[in-house]
Structures are given as C-alpha cells and as structure tokens.
Design a protein around this ligand. Sequence first.
Ligand code: 26V
Length: 848
Amino acid sequence: MASASDINGDTTIKAGAAADAVPAIAHPTPEDAFGVAANIKYHAQFSPHFSPVKFEPEQAFYATAESVRDTLIQRWNETFLHFHKTDPKQTYYLSMEYLQGRALTNAVGNLGLTDAYASALSKLGYDMENIVEQERDAALGNGGLGRLASCFLDSMATLDLPAWGYGLRYKYGLFMQKITKKGQEEYAEDWLEKFSPWEVVRHDIVHPVRFFGEVQVQADGRRKWVGGEVLHALAYDIPIPGYNTKNTISLRVWDAKATAKDFDLYAFNEGKHDKAASLHSKASQVCSVLYPGDESEEGKLLRLKQQFFLCSASLQDIIARFKERRPKNSTLDWKIFPSKVAVQMNDTHPTLSIPELMRILMDVEGLGWNQAWAITSSTLAYTNHTVLPEALEKWPQSVIAKLLPRHMEIIAEIDKQFQALLHAKRPDLERKLGELRVIDYSNPQKVLVRMAHMCVVSSHSVNGVAELHSNILKEELFADFYSLWPSKFQNKTNGITPRRWLRYCSPELSHIITKWLRTDEWVVNLDLLTGLRQFADDKQLQSEWAAAKHANKVRLADYICEVTGIKIDPSTMFDTQIKRIHEYKRQFLNILSVIYRYITIKKMSPEQKKAVVPRTVMIGGKAFATYAQAKRIVKLVTDVGALVNNDPDVGGLLKVVFIPNYNVTVAEVAIPGSELSQHISTAGMEASGTSNMKFALNGCLIIGTLDGANVEIREEIGEENFFLFGARADEITRLRKEREQGRFVPDPRFQETKEFIKSGILGDYNYEPLLDSLEGNSGFGRGDYFLVGHDFPSYLEAQAEVDKAYKNKATWTKMSILSTAGSGKFSSDRTIQQYANEIWHIQECRVP
Ligand code: 26V
C-alpha cells in the first residue's frame, strides 16, 4: 500500500486509479466503503487542519477519525434527545482518571463499520492498521482505576444505560517513560499537541467555579460563599459508542478558563503583562497535569483544586440538566432529585462532591440541612479501590478551609452530626470516636480530613472491587462503619470490556471463538465463552488456538524488537508482568526469581540445559516519578536483562526485557501475545487487579497469589488451571509479627540470589536500599513488609509447575482454552449491570 499520497485541488488522491474515482462528499453517516471513502476525502480537504495538498498517514488518520466522528455525533445527538424526552434516572460517573487509549478501532468496531472503513482506506491507498497507529493514546489516568472507568463507559453505552462520565481534560496526561542507562526517565507528553479528533468543545456549557474567598451571613441567616477567584469550567465532550446499538454516551471533560473580563487591560498597557493575565495563568494550571506531585505544598493545593473543579463543574451541570428536564412553570420538587440522579464517586478523589452538593442545595437552592442531607446521601455512592494506608486521602483541614471555606464548615457539621449519631445509637463505639471521625484531631498541629470516612458516612452505598477486597473493607478497614450500617456495604467485582480486550486486540482468537461457538454473541454476553469448555480437548481447536496465540506472539516479538532492539524468540514461553511498578505488586519478587533461574542455568551441564524450558520474561510499567524504590526495581530489571541477554552460556534459554512506556496501546499487543502472566502481589494488598482478567480472557495462564480478583478468576477457570503460591491474606498479619520476633528463616536460594546482586556483577548502581527493604525486622527498613522472602520458595515451586505444564503443548493449550472459557464473569457488562441494579437503580434507555 502507498504510505503517502497527495490531494490536489481537484480532489485527486495520487494513490492509483481507484482513489481518483472517489468524490469528496460530506455525508454524515456513510455505510458502505464508497460512501466512507468519499467522506474521508471530504474531511481531508475541507477540515482545515493540515495543508490540503498532503495526504500522509497522519492526515489520513485525522480525516478518517473525523469521518467516524460524523456518525458518532449523529447517534450521540439522538441519544441525548432520547434521554431528554424519556427523562430516566441517570447515572453520573465522577472520576479524576480515564485511560481511554486509542479510539479509532474501537469506534469503527462498535459501529459495525470495520470492513467499510478498511476497504475505504484501501481505496485511498492506505492500510487500516497503519492509520490506526497514527493515533496517540488518551492517557488521562495512572493505572487500573482509570482504565476501569473507561471500560465502564464502554459497558454503560453498550447496555443502553442512561449514564455519563465526567472527568478533567488534562493537557499532560500520564508521563512518557524512557528507559536509559540511569533507569526510568519521565517526559511530559502533550496528547493534544495536534488536537484530538474525538472531542467536541461545547462553548455553550460553561460553569463558574470559585476558590478561596469567604463566607458571608445573609440577613435571613443563610450563608453565602463570596469573593476569591472564579474560574470557568468549559465542557469538552468525547463520544462513547456502544457496541451494536445506536446509544452513544458522553465522557464530558472540563477545562479551566478565565474570561476576557478577567484580563486587566490597564495593567497590560502599563507593561505589567503577567499581572494582567494572572487569572488566565492560574486557570491554565488547573488542568495542566494529571496527578501533580504532592510532595510540595503547591502540588497538594493544585491537586485539591483539580478535585473541587471536577466536583463543582459536574454537579452544576447535573443540576442544570435536572432542572431542564422538569416541567416548565412548575415549582421544583427537590425530593425527586435522587430518583433522577445517581452519582458514583470513583475512589475518594471526587469526595468534595459531598459538601459541594450540600452547599448548592442549602446556600443556592435554600433547602435546610436535613433535606439537603437526605438528598445528598441518597444520591452519592462511593467505590473504594485500595486499602493501602498511604493511598487513603487525608487533607489538612487548614488547606481545605483556605481553598474552600464554606465546604470546611459543612465538613465540620458532617463530623459533628456523625458524633451525635454515634452517641445516640452506638455508645459502645464512642471510645473509638477519635479513629472513626471524619476529622482527625489526633495531632492538633495537623488536623486532617479523612476523605474515605466522609464518603462512608455520606454515601448510601460503599463498595469494594473484588470479593476479597470487599470483605477486607467490611472486616478491617471500615469494620466499625460496617457494624453501624451493614446494608450500605456491597461488592462489585471489577470487569473489563470484551470489545477492546478480546474482540479488537486479538481478532485471530476472536474469529476462532466465534467459529467454534457458532455465534459472535459472546461479544455482548461473555458467559457464552463457557461453550468452549466442551471443545477444550479437541485437537482441531487446540491447533487453531495455538496458531492464533503464536501469531500474537510474533506480533509482540516484532513490537519488542521495534521499541527495544532486543530480538526475542516466539518459540520460547512468553512470561509477562505489566502494571504500575509498586513494591506491593512485587515485580521485585519476579526479577529475583529470574536471577535465581539465571544462576541455576549457569551451573548446568549442557545435558541438563536440554531440559530447561526457554523463557522470555517481560516486565513493563511506570514508577511514580518520586517513588525511588520503584525506580530501583525498573533499573534492576534492565540491568539483569543486560547481563542475561548477552551471556552465551544461557543461549536462548532465558531473555529478560523491560517493556518501555507501558500504556493501553502497549497492553493491546502484550496481553494477546503472552502465555503466562504474573499477578503476584502480597495477599490482601491488590484490591482487584484488572489486567489479570485481560490476560485470562486472552488464554494466558496466571501465576499468582490469592489476592484481589485472582481468587475469583481461579474459582471460575478451575484451580488446576491456575499456578497458585504464597501466603494467604489472613496469614499476613501473623507472618509480619513472626518476622518482627526474628522467627523468619530465609530459604538458602533467596540468600544466594541476594548475594548475587550484592556481588556487584550487575554494575555499579547502588541496590543497597532495595536489598535493605528485604532485611531487618520491625526497626530497620520495613522488615520485608511485602513478604518477598516468605513467598520466594513457594513462588519458585509454582514456577517449576509452570515449566512442567509448558513442556506438554496439548496440556498447556487446553489450560489456555479453559482460561478463556472461564472468563465470562469478568466482563464489565456484568459489573455495570450490577451497579445499575443494586446501587444506581437505573433502567436501560435504548434509542429506537
Ligand atoms: C495510589 C497510591 C498513591 C500514593 C502512593 C501509593 C499508592 C498506592 C496505590 C494507589 C492506588 C489508588 C487506587 C487505585 O488505583 N486502585 C486500583 O484500582 C483498580 C480498579 O479497581 C484495581 O484493580 C487495583 O487493584 C487497584 O490498585
């Protein structure tokens, strides 16, 4: 195919005779290849983003995306109108993060136009695959929590649910990771540099958002927040098409703006240019960066501003829509608000929705506390995504009081009322009041607001994201709250969208599944995958399955070579661990076992080496920029790779690769191409995990601990198809205690591996702080808080089981088929249907 072509003034694309025959026609909803090609050509010429004489892949991508957008906008308007007329109860998902990834393949796939677009592009001289690769990932999130939000939007649209997402339009999303001799380096990536073809700016949707200022008491006693700085939230809408339905919902992301009125022309004319535009400069900071570092006070304040900006703009928008949909000329009945609106808070990041909704209802709409409280608490619901103490948000009261003085008053009142409630209802809990209160006064120098407690106290529903995690919430983290309000607590095991995570990322495997199940209904009813079980022993299926997996491995190997220069062999076992780098996720455990494998191979005779199963170990993920220990782990992986990959003694038996810049697009290649994946967190610490579900769905076997959703995955696919190891969650406290008491006896293989790193053979990087984390008891270091040493021997044993199973291709392929067959439960369609039925109480609202 041509890689580049030109468009000249009289609409000819120089890609051959076929392209010349395509006229440039704007038609909003082309359905056949010819209509699509005409529409793409129209956008190439009349959407004036690029020089009209060029039609290189990048222009072709934008023109294609704009053509898809025409169809999306039409369906989106229809959906909006249908919701407006039907006036159902609607859910709003509030999240500081969305990890959308690329949109083109997903959009044309969900519209059922994949073939039309592929053949249209071919008429214009292009390969669809090549065009798809021009798109930058929308990476407005850090990891699992953000990707979950994006999977949820796909399911909401597909299930025809009246639901929308709200977020922020960060200029710089997740940083770009480069791996150098020093380890990880971070770079800002401007995903909007050339503009996103998917977003539509809504100049008519603007809400004022105030910061700082003061509280005034009105003549009638009502309180009013005034003064300070007022920025404006401007809406950008990103269409989210459902699969096989007209329903197309919105992800509305806010950008912060200052207006012309805020520009001080007098100051400017006096040459005080910065002063003249000071509010403009503040506005541009609000949505500049996803998760601004919270090491500095400025960073913390900016993060809090972002959170409030999302909450305030979204709630004003939701309330405006609620009012619009009420009959004209009738008085507003606020009581029905919770029967029209459900708000889901994705973790504690949107917690300020609670005092903001209270403020609007009381100070703007004139309701009393009790009525405002009843409405607020029956509208809001909270999902917890972590039990790690360092990740549970606590904000200094002084910071909130300065930035949001009225909200701090409301929070203090919530705290006061909660105390009164405990006093009246549960005197037995009063001695624990200090630990349970919304405001933590234990250190008078630093009074803190516990955002999770505010969520639990103020929401009608609190849920965890996997059975085990939800039980930990009920029995440990929120045990006393659970005893107070048992019916508030729920579990909603996470899920992933089968569209992106199987249908589109592995078309080969998808076709085989459709062929054997004799239907493609599984794309919307993932439980149908159990139908594969009956064929798991079938030689024909096994051979087709293995061939598809092999094709995916080749694709991954090509990608690895392209980005790292390292050649890996698709006939070796592809063993992958990709996720954020964190001590609790234990990439360290993985690489320690790789070192041990290397030491073992080095000691082998040529005869012994023949029995070794050749492996390619791939590890990828980003370390938070200020998380030194995680960055050391990244460096260790690359140092081990440099040693192992160049050692002729090892031959092809072991390769170690660090996959750089892990993101959604990388996952879409790495997951289908893997055969073994690692989900090896210290039990009780991974709330759910969702990549475990993606790997299992793609027929990749799991080595893992009994943590998060691993527990349920193992139940669904069968314990014989899961390589289990390590301590269980209910043993962790005891094991840590034993360690403190000096009762831990390390395995000699663990000691040998640590000695190997200490020997300096990996180069001159200082691994001492990393190794120290494995040592000591309770005092020095953290006394191996993540229990790497404890789990090391059982991990090696599980790895030996993996090797054994891999030697028998038929067994392995059968296990792979059974992994896919047992993954039905982990569709985000199931998860979202449960949220809809059990938390939001919303019904489908399908566009006719
Ligand atoms: C945040 C932070 C920030 C400060 C440093 C330490 C730290 C550690 C963890 C986190 C995680 C925040 C919440 C989160 O992303 N949770 C993830 O949510 C996923 C979707 O529910 C779930 O699958 C993952 O298990 C969970 O870690």
